[in-house]
Design a protein around this ligand. Structure first.
Ligand code: NAD
Ligand code: ZN
Length: 328
């Protein structure tokens, strides 16, 4: 079964016909080609999950059947959830179609949808069979979604790789000009760092405390909810990174000039680093929601320097307020 994000089908009118022609010529036993709602809407209700489950059932697919999901992170998360619960798990091939999903979520092990207004409340850890990148898919992305992926590249560079951080700085003009070759290089580095963490970090299913890949995400997930997803995940992550960089400064962990430079770098990548909702009292609830999602003792990752993360177990209202005020 092939499942395609509606955003791709709308942006590239020949795409579905090309896939259909390929199916026609292929010797593989195809059951169905589905187009499903793209964007966060794929995760905010169970419609996509139900649709995929229904088709898996009516087509008589089995555990050895393979589903190819082509789409952004939201569609990959929702389809991945459906394929991992049908018959306790079908095979999934992910083909990420956004910069964010190619550099981060596509190579991850997490699948799920939102519930009770909380991001990824329902979900499972289930690695895909394979991940395939077709970079031509990215060409139809609008600027907002093109640049959204840069926040996850900068996130992983800040936490794990001073070398990647330098590469981003050196290539800033090419990044601003949507240079595909440079974007592919950065996405490859980012995906490799994400993959290394998952495969070699000793905690692929997040049973322990440290969560480096979630730097900036306690605020990001809450901001996505508070803005009713008018911020993309990538934009919310950019603001979340700025907040946690400032929290690191106000806790006396990180030199101010390092934080200022990183925040300027996010801005140079056309990403927002503040929003009126950062001043909403509800933002703080994101800390407890983050703790609940991860389980156990609150552990938030902050920075002492580029590539030098540090874990803290408390983030007070006063520090968060100072941080968001510094962002303007
Ligand atoms: N599972 C994980 O580990 C993980 C990691 C990071 C993010 N995520 C999740 O990923 C989601 C964000 O994913 P995203 O940034 O890819 O955005 P998205 O999936 O919301 O897609 C953004 C928009 O682009 C459209 N689109 C997709 N591909 C396109 C293409 N090639 N051309 C034109 N339009 C296209 C979509 O229809 C949608 O409207 C969030 O829900 C986030 O929580 C999951
Ligand atoms: Zn993310």
């Amino acid at each position: 079964m092939i499942i395609i994000d509606s955003g791709i089908a709308e942006a590239n009118k020949n795409y579905v016909a090309t896939i259909e022609a390929w199916i026609e010529k292929s010797k593989i036993n195809f059951t169905e080609l589905l187009i499903v709602q793209g964007g966060e809407a794929a995760k905010t209700s169970d419609t996509v999950v139900e649709t995929v489950l229904e088709h898996i059932n009516t087509c008589g697919m089995c555990r050895k059947s393979v589903v190819l999901a082509i789409g952004g992170g939201a569609v990959l998360d929702a389809v991945g959830f459906a394929t991992s619960i049908a018959h306790r798990g079908l095979q999934l091939i992910r083909m990420p179609s956004t910069t964010l999903s190619a550099c981060d979520s596509g190579v991850g092990v997490k699948n799920g949808i939102n519930k009770f207004g909380k991001k990824n409340f329902i979900g499972v850890f289930d690695p895909p069979l394979a991940v395939i990148n077709d970079y031509d898919l990215l060409l139809t992305l609008d600027d907002q979604h093109w640049f959204s992926g840069m926040s996850e590249v900068i996130k992983v560079a800040l936490v794990k790789s001073p070398a990647l951080y330098e590469t981003i700085k050196e290539n800033i003009h090419a990044i601003q000009n949507r240079d595909l070759e440079v974007m592919v290089m950065l996405m490859t580095d980012s995906a490799t760092l994400h993959l290394q963490h998952i495969t070699e970090g000793g905690d692929p299913f997040e049973r322990h405390e440290a969560r480096p890949l979630d730097f900036g995400h306690w605020a990001a997930h809450k901001l996505e909810q508070l803005t009713n997803h008018t911020l993309t995940h990538g934009e919310a992550v950019s603001i979340g990174l700025a907040i946690d960089l400032q929290c690191s400064v106000h806790l006396g962990l990180l030199p101010k000039e390092v934080a200022d430079e990183a925040i300027a770098l996010l801005q140079q990548c056309n990403l927002p680093t503040t929003h009126p909702m950062v001043h909403d009292k509800e933002l703080l609830a994101g800390i407890e929601e983050f703790r609940e999602h991860l389980g156990g003792r609150l552990t938030i990752l902050l920075l002492e320097n580029i590539g030098k993360p540090v874990e803290v177990h408390e983030l007070t209202e006063s520090i968060v307020q100072q941080a968001v005020q510094s962002l303007g």
